[in-house]
Design a protein around this ligand. Structure first.
Ligand code: NDP
Length: 392
């Protein structure tokens, strides 16, 4: 029987890759809803091709424009607006799987709504889990939802860990550590002086992956790896000290698990997000993703190095926030989102991103993250603090 899918963040890089994979298997999947924020024309094109039942634009004006364009094109998709509509299409009883691919904290409420209604959640939106780790994982367990990691590294770790790793104490004892790989981004090997003058155009030019702007800047600052470290701790129920970060510039190995007998299990493949997306959609089966076979002869050298913490402080800030617990990770994430947006508007230099995160972690009060209200309040206070510093 065919599965009903909601794609949150359909107009983005992950959203479009997801729709590409779904379109290869029309007998197995139907699109229930697509969502976006403001990109009306892109959403119109996606609706004309994929014919969902619902299209949600968070921005009201964009929703009105889309509804008009749909009517002009004779397209019978129902258009909804606002955050409540996002949660509605993420939790509708008809839906089997939800691709969570909104960027940033804006994805938290609909992703949580999917978890609370027992869906299979395909998680690309790492910020949602970073902000609300404990609450989110409890929602998954209490509602018999299923959480499958789409981030390529976490998908690789999921594929490389023993089955039942989380539940089985013997399986846990077999694992020595997790090796979370990082490409190092466009500024690998640069020094602090060089980093001070980089432009947004340089920062979004990732050497291996084609991604949205925010995650591209996060990759350049290594904050993406810091967020991924926190994401991995929640997903696999491990401590931060059980995860080592290894720079691997080719992005062919997507991460590894080292076992007590010295074996290392690695998941490899071309750097194309359709592989983890297809894996998440089809698990425990596998299906064609459209990704070409890996040609080892053109990738005959795989290199590894340690991250340079003196130039890229984001990793240690993230470890510190995770170990602090409570709302610290939500504060780290919010500070990063505001600082990255300011960097992209050319209001602050690249190196100010991690300076502002550090300042927010020192200034904002950490609370126990036991309700969504507390988490959203911490997020808002960090945003106010960082915005104030930028405009001061
Ligand atoms: P993009 O910027 O390409 O797309 C973001 C999507 O979110 C768009 O559909 C956008 O709509 C929507 N959106 C933006 N703001 C809001 C908002 N306030 N409310 C509702 N929807 C909103 O991002 P990516 O696809 O690159 O990344 C998405 C997520 O996946 C991120 O969390 C990222 O970290 C993660 N990820 C991405 C990878 C990649 O290869 N791209 C790899 C691994 C993880 P609109 O177009 O209308 O603005």
């Amino acid at each position: 029987m065919s599965q009903m899918i909601t794609v949150l963040g359909a107009t983005g890089s992950i959203g479009k890759s997801t729709l590409d994979v779904l379109a290869r298997h029309p007998d197995n999947y139907q699109v229930f809803a697509l969502t976006a924020n403001t990109q009306v024309d892109s959403m119109l094109q996606l609706c004309l091709v994929h014919r969902p039942q619902y299209a949600v634009m968070v921005d009201e004006k964009s929703a009105q424009q889309l509804a008009k364009k749909m009517a002009d094109n004779g397209c019978a998709v129902e258009v909804l607006a606002g955050v409540d509509a996002l949660c509605q299409v993420a939790s509708a009883p008809e839906v089997d799987q939800v691709m969570a691919a909104i960027v940033g904290a804006a994805g938290l409420l609909p992703t949580l709504a999917a978890a609370k209604s027992g869906k299979r959640v395909l998680l690309a939106n790492k910020e949602a889990l970073v902000m609300s780790g404990q609450l989110f994982m409890e929602a998954i367990k209490e509602n018999n939802a299923m959480l499958l990691p789409i981030d390529s590294e976490h998908n690789a770790i999921f594929q490389s860990l023993p089955v039942n790793f989380k539940e089985d104490i013997n399986a846990r004892k077999q694992v020595r550590n997790i090796l979370l790989t990082a490409s190092g981004g466009p500024f690998r090997g640069w020094d602090l002086q060089q980093l001070r003058n980089v432009t947004p155009a340089q920062a979004v030019k990732h050497p291996n992956w084609s991604m949205g702007q925010k995650i591209s800047v996060d990759s350049a600052s290594l904050m993406n790896k810091g967020l991924e470290l926190i994401e991995a701790c929640w997903l696999f129920e491990v401590q931060a000290k059980q995860i080592d970060i290894l720079v691997h510039p080719e992005s062919i190995i997507h991460s590894m698990v080292q076992y007590v007998d010295g074996s290392v299990m690695a998941q490899m493949g071309n750097p194309d997000m359709r592989t983890p997306i297809a894996y998440g959609l089809a698990w425990p089966q596998r299906m064609d993703s459209g990704v070409a076979s890996l040609d080892f002869l053109t990738h005959s050298q795989l290199n590894f190095e340690a991250p340079d913490h003196s130039v890229f402080p984001a990793l240690n800030l993230s470890r510190q926030a995770f170990e602090e617990g409570g709302t610290a990770a939500a504060i780290l994430n919010a500070a990063n989102e505001v600082a990255v947006a300011a960097f992209l508007r050319e209001q602050i230099p690249f190196t100010a991103i991690t300076d502002l995160i550090d300042a927010a972690l020192n200034h904002c009060k950490f609370e126990s993250a036991d309700s969504i209200e507390v988490i959203l309040a911490a997020d808002a206070s960090a945003r106010r603090f960082v915005q104030g510093k930028i405009t001061a």
